[in-house]
Design a protein around this ligand. Sequence first.
Ligand code: PLP
Length: 502
Amino acid sequence: MAKSSGGSLLSAIKLDKKAGKSLQYQLYIALRDMILNGSLHGGERLPASRVLAEELSISRTTVISVFDRLTSEGLLESRTGSGSFVKDVFSQQKKLISSLHPPTKTIQTNSADSGKRPMVSRSFLKKASQLPAPVAHSVSQSFSTAIPAIDAFPLPLWARLVAKHSRLPDLTRYNSSKGSAALRHAIASHLHTDRGLVCDAEQVYITSGAHQAFSFLAHLLLDPGDKVWIENPGSRVARNGLLQSEPELIPVPVDDEGINVAAGQQLTRDFRLATVTPSHQQPRGVLLSLPRRLALLEAADQANAWIIEDDYDGELFYNKEPLSTLFSLSQQQRVIHVGTFSKTIFPALRLGYFVVPDHLVESVDKVINSFLPAVPLPVQAAVAEFIENGHFATHIRRSKKLYEERYHAMMHNIDRHLAEYLNPIPTATGFHLLNLFRHDCDEAALTQAASERGILVRPLSNYCAAAVEERGIALGYGCIRPDEFNASCATLADAFRSIIKT
Ligand SMILES: Cc1ncc(COP(=O)(O)O)c(C=O)c1O
């Protein structure tokens, strides 16, 4: 005869009439947990509902409701005339649950020591091992290279647009991952007027930022082991996104004309993809010269390779027209243009796009819905209206002026406080500046000393996939108010003094 749980069961159940949850719910949770954690065994008989109700000073109806619920969930069975029993099948379920949630202590994410298969895929471990050290998303914004001038963004207008489009029933449905036609048209027309890039809205695809564009394009274009030229130093966003497809990354040196194509060809002529930041090399800040643009296109033609043009802040040239995009220059149509609103609107929007040559549209259209989640429609609609009504162009015009002023303020204060330590590489767009160290100085020590003083700087090594000889830091000035430059640069000079022995 099955053992009854009686006294031990009752002492384990604690019901609290003042708790926010009903007594029925508390009893259900208590019994369910005891069954799930094995305190009540399969085949064990529960006390009769009348007995349990009396002992717990609750109504019998409450107990019966709980028994009914546990029975309907398959954890109890009721045998006529004998009472309620814990179901035997549970031993099977327990095995299943423990295989799904093994105790934390025994999880081996890296199987090297145990010889067992790791809990995550080997390919994930391989990709993770190639990632650069994570960069903190710091609350401190001094010299952040990633944060634009949010003080200059028309937030009230933006809030009205978002509210308006969030009320439209048509925008509550599933939508194609390619993106809304309105936004794709707006982007195509913006690219035409602002960047001289001519494309049809059909060639434009909406993503949640450049990072997602890189992951998708890696998926689309690369097989594991394919050779990919990346700029060194270069963008972490591109590198992280491309790792998705386990390529062989070939770090190609960068100089004051941008990526050194001849050096890349010495490393390998047989590359499948090159990813570059031609309008504003990340982090060096230089423009890819026209001869280098042509050389890169030629090298890609010879290798039958793709080029990804990461135009992350190409709209923000201060006072001169940017060079033609690689997309426009490519006769062979082997360039994919990636853009983002992270710099021109704000990064938390998570909105970007890519533009493919005409001949790739059909292939991308076929897979896009399966591989890419759609970006929320109300956000797309708000941005489309923001662009169509001219607010985006106005914001860009103002931002360019503001970043140019901040750039000069930055240069002035570097000269004033940091000339002894830093040699800034001039730039003509965006809102960050690479500064090379004038003396031998440890990047990590400087970064730490700056951080202790509340200043965020980004060491050059953060952008490197292979070691480089130069040492330095990137300093952003997008979100620094004019009255803060002096104090922040003085504090940074103090950080230098603290680590440089005299
Ligand atoms: C080189 C480069 N590309 C693209 C981006 C933007 O990425 P996302 O659109 O995913 O924010 C950044 C952001 O800092 C960047 O530095």
